[in-house]
Write a protein that binds this ligand. Sequence first.
Ligand SMILES: [Zn+2]
Ligand SMILES: [Zn+2]
Length: 266
Amino acid sequence: MERKQSTPQLFPNRFADAVGPAGDGPARDHCRCVGYSVATRPEVVSFHGDRQDTEAAGWQHLLALIDEAAADGRPVFRPFVELSAAERRQIVTLPPTIAKLTAVTHLVLYGTNLVRLPPEIGAMTSLEKFDPYTSHRLHWYPYELTRCTKLADSRVSTRVLYGNVKFRPPFPRLRPVTVTGEADLGTLDPAEWGADAVRTCSVCDGPVRAELRQVWISRCVGTDVLPLLVNACSAACVAALPEPYPGYVPAPHTGGPKIVQPFDSD
Ligand SMILES: [Zn+2]
Ligand SMILES: [Zn+2]
């Protein structure tokens, strides 16, 4: 669960090799999207709208590292260690090719500039340990992460999560239903939808065609309760979602300032 994160310079050495070399400028950007307390949390939050520059050297390097890891079947994958600071800053999401990493049991995304993860992470079916610790711009995760059924251990900076139990920041508002013609689901604005495209249903894995229903649900993944974004193909798939984690909004919801979260005195 949550560990202290106010003094990152004091992390023990075992994390030193998770970050990679420094020295060529900042490795990431900072945000205060969710505030850091009840007093500083905003009333309204929006998704990061960053688009991935797929021409960037960092992206190309990451693609190569994923191919290499898929080919040699390594169990621990720490791609950001191999990137320069400038390259690390260029990466705001992971490529769909992570679906090839079916032998990886431990994914280290420590201290990255990521603002979202793609649904393809759900294909990393050997994943046991998930470590995006101090990736402070990751405020939510894709529901597809729950497909990694062996995932037993996680290390997430929970204070930056939407709806976190510490001070309950809000969730971005979602459109309850989008029907064909209202949006091109192959090219979406990530600032509005959280992703730049939606192709498959987070619940049944079928194609999303006639309509898209987006909802938030808080569930336990590994050892952390995470706000998960569901892209569902139908009302039936939303209805098929499991119960949210106790102590969080008790049903799947569409976020926004009007959602009442359970009071917590923590
Ligand atoms: Zn942010
Ligand atoms: Zn579905």
